[in-house]
Ligand binder design. Structure first.
Ligand code: AMO
Length: 445
C-alpha cells in the first residue's frame, strides 16, 4: 500500500535558483508561453507561476527532436542544461538548453486573445474581464494581482506582529451593519436576511475578547450605480483595536500598516513593480486636515462650490489629493471629524462638538480608500444614538451585548483592497484591480 508522507517529489528547479545550478541538467514545469523560430534554433519561453524562462531548442543540444504537436499554451516539463548568457542590455541571465520536452497536456483550442505580448494591447476592459481565466495569463495582468496579494499579505503580517488576532465574521447576517439601503436581501429558509456590508458588528464584539482583531474578507454593497470606483462585492481589510487613548491611535496604526505594505512590496514584488511601472509611495507620516477645514480650503483656494456640506464628491477628493501632493508632499491625506449626520450609528461624536465625529477617511492620490474612527463604547449612549438614527435597539440585542457587558474605548477602520490597488497602480477603473468583478452589469466569470 502507498503511504502519503507529506513530502512532495520536487523534480523541478525554481528560476530564482538557476544560478546555483549553472551547467547542471534540471527540469522545469510550465506553459509554453511563446515559440520564436530563428534560423537553426528556436526560443521557447516557458511561463511558470511567476517567471518567463527562456529555453533554447537546437538539435545540437541533444537527441531530442521537436514534437510537431507542441503549441503555445501546452503544459510541459522541460529538461535541459542551465547556461549563462547575456541579454540585449548586456546583463547576465540564465537560460535552459533543451534536452527533452515531455507533454503534460495540450490545449483543445487556440486562445481567443493574444496573451504572450508584454501587455494586452488594444483589448477592451470588458473583453479582458469576460476572459479573465485566460487574460490573466498575460504577465502584466497577473502582476496586478500578485501586487494585490502583497498588499493583503503586508496587512496581515503587520497586524499579526502588533498583537492582532485574525477573525472570520459571518457573511449572512440579521442586519446590515452600515445602515442605508445598499444591502442585498437573501431568502434564508423563508426569513429575510442580508449579505454582510462589513464585519463591523462582529469585529467590535471581538474587541471584547481579543482586544485587537483584523479580517480580510469579501463584503457586499447593493450599489445601484455604475461608477469607476464602486463594486458590489469587494475585499475589505478591517481592523479594530481596544483600549485606545483616542482615535489617532487608529490612524497611527494605519500609517504603520501602509509603511509596512510599501516596504514589503519593494522587497518581495520588485519584478511586478517594474513590469507595471508602479509608483510606490514613500511614507514617513501622513498629514491630517479636519473635514470643515478641508471644505474651507476647497472653497477659498480652489474656488469650488460644494453641493453637499456633509460629505465630499469625487471632484473634491481629487482636489484634496492634488493639494496634499503639491503642498504637503504626500500621496495620502487623513480627513478627520466628519459630520455626525453622515457617519454610521456606531461612530462616536466629538464631545467638544457633537455635530462632528471622532472619525476619519484616508484619501490616497485623491480617492477615499479608508473609513474609520472611534466607536461608542457606552451602552446607554449607543442605544440613544440608535434611536436617534431610527433603529430599533432590540433588533441589535446581540451587537449591544458588547456595550451592555463592558466595552473598552475602541475604534478601527476598513480599507478597500481593490481601491488601494487601483490607485497604487494608477488605474482609472477599480475593475482593473479586481480579479472577478461583481457590478450592476456583471456576475460572470
Ligand atoms: P465604508 O463603508 O466607508 O466603511 O467602507 C470602507 C472602505 O471600503 C471601500 N469601499 C468600496 N470599495 C469598492 N466598492 C464599493 N462599493 C465600496 N464601498 C466602500 C472604500 C471605503 O473607504 N465599517 C466601516 C469601516 C470602519 O469604520 O471600520 C466601513 O465599512 O475604500
Amino acid at each position: 500500500m502507498e503511504k502519503i508522507d507529506g513530502i512532495l517529489n520536487n523534480d523541478t528547479v525554481a528560476f530564482k535558483d538557476f544560478n546555483l545550478h549553472e551547467n547542471e541538467v534540471v527540469s522545469i514545469k510550465g506553459y509554453i508561453h511563446r515559440i520564436r523560430e530563428m534560423t537553426g534554433f528556436s526560443f521557447v519561453i516557458i511561463r511558470t507561476a511567476r517567471d518567463l524562462i527562456q529555453c533554447v531548442y537546437a538539435p545540437e543540444f541533444s537527441d531530442y527532436r521537436w514534437d510537431a504537436k507542441l503549441t503555445e499554451e501546452a503544459c510541459v516539463k522541460v529538461t535541459g542544461k542551465i547556461v549563462k548568457s547575456t541579454d540585449a542590455k548586456g546583463n547576465d541571465r540564465f537560460e535552459l538548453q533543451i534536452h527533452d520536452i515531455e507533454i503534460l497536456s495540450l490545449p483543445a483550442e487556440p486562445l481567443p486573445i493574444v496573451i504572450n505580448k508584454k501587455q494586452l494591447d488594444g483589448i477592451q476592459l470588458n473583453t479582458i474581464l469576460d476572459l479573465r481565466p485566460v487574460s490573466m495569463r498575460n504577465p502584466k495582468e497577473r502582476a496586478i494581482f500578485k501586487i494585490q496579494e502583497g498588499i493583503a499579505r503586508g496587512f496581515r503580517e503587520y497586524l499579526a506582529q502588533n498583537g492582532f488576532t485574525e477573525i472570520r465574521s459571518p457573511k449572512i447576517n440579521f442586519a446590515g451593519a452600515e445602515g442605508g439601503t445598499n444591502v442585498f436581501k437573501l431568502d434564508y429558509f423563508g426569513k429575510e436576511v442580508y449579505l454582510a456590508q462589513s464585519p463591523q458588528l462582529y469585529k467590535q464584539a471581538l474587541v471584547g475578547v481579543y482586544q485587537r482583531v483584523f479580517e480580510v474578507a469579501p463584503v457586499f454593497r447593493a450599489e445601484h450605480h455604475d461608477t469607476s470606483r464602486h463594486l458590489n462585492e469587494y475585499t475589505s481589510m478591517d481592523f479594530e483595536m481596544g483600549f485606545i487613548n483616542d482615535f489617532t491611535d487608529i490612524m497611527h496604526m494605519e500609517t504603520g500598516v501602509l509603511k509596512y505594505i510599501m516596504q514589503l512590496l519593494k522587497k518581495d514584488y520588485a519584478e511586478e513593480i517594474e513590469l507595471l511601472h508602479a509608483d510606490i509611495p514613500e511614507i514617513t507620516e501622513i498629514p491630517c486636515i479636519k473635514f470643515m477645514d478641508a471644505k474651507e480650503l476647497l472653497m477659498t483656494k480652489f474656488k469650488y462650490k460644494p453641493s453637499d456640506m456633509k460629505d465630499f464628491d469625487p471632484a473634491e477628493e481629487e482636489l484634496l489629493g492634488k493639494y496634499a501632493k503639491k503642498e504637503l508632499n504626500s500621496d495620502f491625506l487623513f480627513v478627520t471629524h466628519y459630520p455626525s449626520k453622515k457617519r454610521p450609528f456606531y461612530t462616536k461624536d466629538d464631545p467638544t462638538d457633537p455635530e462632528y465625529t471622532l472619525s476619519f477617511d484616508l484619501l490616497f492620490r485623491g480617492l477615499e480608500i479608508t473609513s474609520g474612527g472611534q466607536r461608542i463604547n457606552d451602552y446607554h449612549e449607543q442605544v440613544e444614538k440608535m434611536i436617534k438614527c431610527g433603529m430599533d435597539p432590540e433588533q441589535f440585542e446581540t451587537y449591544l451585548m458588547l456595550h451592555k457587558y463592558g466595552a473598552p474605548p475602541h475604534g478601527g477602520l476598513g480599507i478597500g483592497l481593490e481601491r488601494l490597488t487601483m490607485h497604487l497602480l494608477g488605474f482609472k477603473n477599480v475593475r482593473e484591480a479586481t480579479m472577478f468583478p461583481r457590478d450592476i452589469n456583471r456576475v460572470t466569470p
